[in-house]
Design a protein around this ligand. Structure first.
Ligand SMILES: [Zn+2]
Length: 247
């Protein structure tokens, strides 16, 4: 995970550090209060990319404070055993939003290219003599005469309206609620929930972990804000459009 975020010259230090973590846990008295200690092994790679505590908490269903305590222990070890890498991680903390936008751009490009594919080798026989048919990205092989859908391996063949996928990803990035997505794209809230599940899964599958986490946090923040607005009587459900759409 850190490969795409840390500079190349830090990769060997990062690997060395991650390998050292189990031994550090075993030797440390600090850890006894941080059960289950094995969680530290899972959190360490996230500390290395300076993932905010809120995102770590979300990922492992910890409270933000519990996530922070664990992150801090790992940072202490990092400072002690890999001081150069520690400095790089400290600098990363200020650039996490840039990493989010970089991943968002890369993810959207990947999706755009996938949807625009006109040449695709046959999934069954590998022949390059295939032709795209129809609107939903199906291909027919001229050699073995079978049809296949390149979206299948990403489970995206189960979702309809591919022309709405990119705008949907943008709304995910803004943390919009399913209701707002329904109003803006015209897909119902159940479909929006399903799409969110699929797209976050694909982001993780394709290595866009920072992006997937960011979308989830953003959505929680947005939901909490709406809830606060409702409490304060500034939003009228379910038609408080101006409030829902305010940036
Ligand atoms: Zn074929």
């Amino acid at each position: 995970m850190y490969h795409s975020i840390l500079p190349n010259e830090q990769h060997s230090a990062a690997e060395r550090f991650l390998q050292q973590v189990p031994a550090l846990i075993a030797a440390s008295s600090l850890c006894r209060r941080l059960k289950p200690v094995a969680l530290l092994i899972d959190i360490a790679p996230m500390t290395l990319i300076a993932l905010p505590h809120s995102l770590i908490a979300n990922k492992f269903q910890l409270s933000p404070r519990a996530a922070q305590r664990r992150d801090n222990v790992i940072r202490q070890w990092l400072a002690q055993y890999e001081p150069d890498l520690y400095q790089v991680v400290l600098n990363l903390a200020q650039t996490t939003p840039a990493e989010v936008s970089r991943q968002a751009q890369a993810f959207k490009l990947w999706l755009t290219e996938l949807l625009g594919t006109s040449v695709m080798p046959c999934h069954y026989c590998g022949s390059l003599s295939t032709v795209r048919i129809g609107y939903r990205l199906n291909f027919r092989c001229r050699t073995c005469r079978r049809t296949f859908n390149p979206l299948k391996k990403y489970y995206l063949d189960k979702l309809s309206h591919c022309e709405l996928w990119l705008p949907f990803v943008d709304l995910l990035l803004q943390g919009e609620t399913f209701k707002t997505i329904n109003r803006q794209l015209g897909i119902n809230t159940d479909t929006a929930a399903k799409w969110q599940r699929y797209f976050l899964g694909i982001m993780e599958l394709q290595g866009f972990l920072v992006l997937a986490n960011y979308c989830q946090i953003k959505r929680r923040q947005r939901c909490r804000q709406i809830w606060l607005d409702v409490q304060a009587g500034t939003t009228f459900l379910p038609t408080g459009k101006s409030h829902f759409r305010s940036k």
